[in-house]
Design a binder for this molecule. Structure first.
Ligand SMILES: Cc1ncc(COP(=O)(O)O)c(C=O)c1O
Length: 459
């Protein structure tokens, strides 16, 4: 072997010529511009409470609860201990034709937090899977009821329902859909989204204008006929597409139209659940009981992958027919109701209750609103939106040569991390925030004052 073809030490370790241990190449990252990221990574190596710790030794305030999920704060000792204990006792047990008690305990405790007669839950591993499950339940429900023509799903523009083919098909973002258009599900139609800068910019909480947008559902029902429509799915507050707060009366109208035409209403509460709006669910906050409610993220404070699809009693009951040795619902994941996820969910729920974290979110909503809206007039800001502990600051994009250079919003996001020691989210021209529910007033002030500095520092 010549000197030049001799494998390096790292090649010997990995056995593959181009891979080195611990370098950044192998990981094909989700939703990330990886070439620029890998040149200048934002690397998080530890976390505690409201803070992350970066690989260059900085304490970074988490203004987004990770990805809208770490509602109880990072590395909560009680949740960590519950996961550790469960891993030592029962690492894995199938829930197909076997079971383990932790799944039943978690199911009962979680269902007890749901409004009305939402009394059953189907477990999965992510928000995307909870949405897939919801759609399959809706279709199978109508079939079980002898109304198998009800197969169409009505979703909404600017919706985000995850990244499986079902979620992308329901989703209302061109950017997420265009590469997959040939594979998207048929039989979906879309309501208009509710975001309107001309009418609602700088609304505090729910905008006054826009309830009438729900009337478009009547038009779609007329077009397709109720006998063909299985369900309407909406995020009560659209999160990932930029915190789009429902106008006053909008969700109520959607519910009334669904009821009138015997169409199921699905709330995708992957973000809005578990205290984000000051209650266990947005359904409770808005006083609307959907037929199906999807959940993930805050269900166990983001500690172990988990999704959950909650359903009302009459839906569950519709499946419980036929011979009792027949499988009632041909669906399930290897990790549905995984012991670690369930143990984490139980401990998380106890933390939410013991530390009154939903109440803290409720108490701080006004402070959060006032602090965010104090950024009105800061450079580039064209809208500020908020509800619960969710907030968005929308920027004028300016004339950047994106994606050859950073967009202005990405630039602010980047400066927030490297110069202001804050983790937040951005999507398009929107900076989005959703701090853990343990946040305090001083930390809210820090988030906002540092955001002002970052806004002032970009052109
Ligand atoms: C409303 C909603 N549904 C579904 C999802 C998908 O969840 P996951 O990323 O866990 O698959 C998300 C993720 O942000 C979401 O916000």
């Amino acid at each position: 072997m010549s000197a030049s073809s001799k494998p390096s030490a790292s090649q010997k370790e990995t056995g593959k010529p181009s891979l080195k241990p611990n370098d950044l190449e192998a990981h094909f990252m989700p939703f990330t511009p990886q070439r620029s990221f890998k040149r200048k990574p934002r690397m998080l190596v530890g976390a505690k409470g409201m803070y992350y710790y970066s690989d260059d030794g900085r304490e970074v305030l988490d203004a987004s609860a990770g990805l809208w999920c770490v509602n109880a704060g990072h590395n909560h000792p009680k949740i960590v201990e519950a996961i550790r204990k469960q891993a030592g006792e029962l690492d894995y047990a199938p829930n197909f034709a076997f079971a383990h008690p932790t799944a039943f305990k978690a199911a009962s405790m979680l269902c007890a937090e749901m409004p009305g007669d939402i009394e059953h839950v189907f477990f999965s591993n992510s928000g995307s899977e909870s949405v897939d499950t919801a759609v399959k339940i809706a279709l199978a429900y109508w079939r079980a009821r002898g109304q198998g023509t009800k197969t169409k799903i009505i979703s909404r523009e600017r919706a985000y329902h995850g990244v499986n083919i079902c979620g992308v098909s329901l989703g209302g973002l061109q950017f997420n859909r265009k590469a997959f258009s040939g594979a998207l599900m048929p039989n979906i139609d879309y309501l208009p989204h509710t975001h309107n800068l001309a009418k609602n910019a700088f609304s505090k909480g729910q905008p006054e204008w826009g309830a009438e947008l729900a009337n478009d559902l009547e038009n779609l029902v007329t077009l397709h006929d109720p006998s063909n429509i299985a369900a309407v799915i909406v995020e009560p507050v659209a999160g990932s597409t930029g915190v789009l707060v429902p106008p006053k009366g909008y969700l109520e109208k959607l519910q009334a139209i669904c009821k009138k035409h015997d169409i199921l209403l699905i709330f995708d509460e992957v973000i809005t659940g578990w205290g984000r709006l000051g209650k266990a669910t947005a359904a409770e906050r808005f006083n609307i009981i959907p037929d199906i409610l999807t959940s993930a993220k805050g269900i166990n404070s983001g500690t172990v992958p988990m999704g959950a699809t909650f359903i009302r009693k009459h839906i569950y009951d519709a499946f419980m027919t036929g011979g009792e040795f027949g499988v009632e619902f041909a669906h399930g994941y290897t990790y549905s109701g995984h012991p670690l996820a369930c143990a984490a969910a139980i401990a998380t729920l106890e933390v939410y209750r013991e530390e009154k974290l939903f109440e803290n979110a409720e108490k701080l909503e006004k402070k959060w609103q006032d602090a965010l809206h104090s950024l009105k007039g800061a450079p580039h800001v064209i809208d500020i939106r908020n509800i619960g502990l969710m907030g968005a600051v929308e920027l004028d994009p300016g004339k950047r040569d994106y994606p050859n250079e950073m967009s202005r919003t990405m630039d602010v996001f980047d400066k927030m991390f490297f110069e202001q020691d804050i983790v937040m989210r951005f999507t398009g021209n929107v900076l989005a925030m959703s701090p853990p529910l343990i946040v305090n007033e001083g930390q809210i002030d820090q988030i906002v004052s540092r955001l002002r500095k970052a806004l002032e520092s970009v052109k």
